[in-house]
Design a protein around this ligand. Structure first.
Ligand SMILES: C=C(CC[C@@H](C)[C@H]1CC[C@H]2C3=CC[C@H]4[C@H](C)[C@@H](O)CC[C@]4(C)[C@H]3CC[C@]12C)C(C)C
Ligand SMILES: C[S@@+](CC[C@H](N)C(=O)[O-])C[C@H]1O[C@@H](n2cnc3c(N)ncnc32)[C@H](O)[C@@H]1O
Length: 393
């Protein structure tokens, strides 16, 4: 009798520890996803491993063949089927980095970085704003809530559309946020139909940046503003250094990128399609804290997540293939950290491009600088050529 009671107690404790490990420790940052709910987007369970292998062999090809390939959007779609739930579970609803802000949480830094868009493109209540490559809509909700604008997001991935709509409803923002499934290289929107646009770490998936920038230019009303947070290689990147090349290729393979562009190419492309470039800035440079800091979540956290996905796969709760996808993301995180530490990749060159001309003057505001925030004042007037606008970046 006593040994039966002991066995039951051991079983109960084991179950409680397992529940805590999976459901509490393994729950999403923003409680959006739990480890036990990991799916692989719209891919059926039995196809996950095959799809992962197809993805991997496609993105291991030489970059020159990738950026001329018509198949890139289809493989980017597969990539987001494979990673969307893991991103939500391990990172949250905003699939991007942000400059780290001393004394502020990652969550705050993310929101501040997103809300900065509102000022940059001057989004106002009643405006129609386009989110190019919207993911599951973390930025879209922050920007709609902050600006009172209506935001229309586009993503190539159907599964993300469902996730974004569900989050919008839950946040009570479904009237202000619309999500469309489509290719940003051929958008299903009329010419001159948006008052502003932004893209956050999304246009790096385009094989040719011209194509997506030209589409954005087409759908913007004359004078409207566009801001893009781009992933780029910096001037320190040396194509002859094997360590640099390995880091950059690792980032491209593990993030479905058909070839990273260098920092001096972005504004040039924007001009070529008709934009006037108003301002360009590398937010990875001081005073901003390193964007890759957040990846230093510690080997323990990665190890815990690895054990979790392995157990869930053995129990057939998670589909076969999840462990490989998780492993790929871990490798990618290592390459991103290496690239960041060597300063050969910068993830933040927001280039603010618009169809109007404005004069900019930069002045330092000590109080704001303490938060690693820069203060910009712009002057421009319709009659005299100088209106006053104050932007907090
Ligand atoms: C802009 C893009 C995505 C940027 C980031 C949101 C993601 C890049 C690498 C991802 C991650 C790497 C390691 C994962 C970890 C192994 C896992 O346990 C939990 C999730 C990760 C932290 C995951 C989260 C998202 C990233 C940081 C690209 C695609 C253009
Ligand atoms: C790294 S995520 C960023 C998502 C979002 N901007 C955010 O910060 O949370 C990149 C997004 O770009 C989208 N994307 C990539 N290529 C696309 C294409 N050709 N057409 C539409 N969306 C695309 C992906 O589906 C994904 O939603």
């Amino acid at each position: 009798m006593e040994s039966a009671a002991l066995m039951w107690s051991v079983a109960a404790v084991t179950a409680a520890v397992f529940f805590w490990f999976v459901c509490i420790m393994g729950s999403a940052e923003v409680k959006g996803k739990r480890a036990v709910d990991l799916k692989m987007g719209s891919i059926t369970r039995d196809k996950v491993q095959d799809k992962y292998k197809q993805y991997w062999s496609f993105f291991r090809r030489p970059i020159e063949t990738l950026n001329s390939s018509e198949n890139v959007p289809a493989f980017v779609d597969t990539f987001y089927n494979l990673v969307t739930d893991i991103y939500e579970w391990g990172w949250g609803q905003s699939f991007h980095f942000s400059p780290s802000l001393p004394g502020r949480s990652h969550r705050d830094a993310t929101r501040i970085h997103e809300e900065r868009v509102v000022d940059l493109i001057k989004a106002r209540p009643g405006n129609r704003i386009l989110d190019v490559g919207c993911g599951v809509g973390g930025p879209m909700r922050a920007i709609a809530a902050r600006s009172g604008s209506d935001v229309v997001g586009i993503t190539i991935n159907e599964y993300q559309v469902g996730r974004a709509r569900a989050h919008n409803r839950k946040a009570g923002l479904d009237a202000a946020c619309e999500v469309v499934c489509g290719n940003f290289l051929q958008m299903p929107f009329g010419d001159s139909t948006f008052d502003g646009a932004y893209s956050i770490e999304a246009t790096c998936h385009a094989p040719r940046l011209e194509d997506v920038y030209a589409e954005i230019y087409r759908v913007l009303k004359p004078g409207a503003m566009y801001v893009s947070y781009e992933w780029v290689t910096t001037g320190l990147y040396r194509a002859g250094d094997p360590e640099h090349v390995e880091a950059i290729h690792g980032i491209e393979r593990g993030d479905a990128l058909p070839g990273l562009r260098s920092q001096d190419q972005i504004a040039e492309v924007a001009r070529r399609v008709g934009f006037e470039v108003i301002e360009e800035r590398d937010l990875a440079l001081p005073p901003a804290g390193p964007w890759w800091n957040r990846l230093k979540m510690g080997r323990l956290a990665y190890w815990r997540n690895h054990i979790l996905v392995s157990i869930l796969t053995i129990l057939r709760i998670a589909p076969k293939g999840v462990v490989e996808v998780h492993e790929m993301l871990y490798e990618t995180a290592m390459h991103l950290t290496r690239g960041g530490n060597r300063l050969i990749i910068s993830l933040k060159i927001p280039s603010k491009v618009g169809k109007v001309r404005m004069e900019w003057s930069v002045s330092a505001c000590p109080a704001l600088q303490a938060l690693n925030v820069l203060y910009l004042a712009a002057g421009h007037d319709s009659e005299t050529g100088t209106v006053t606008n104050t932007l907090f970046l």
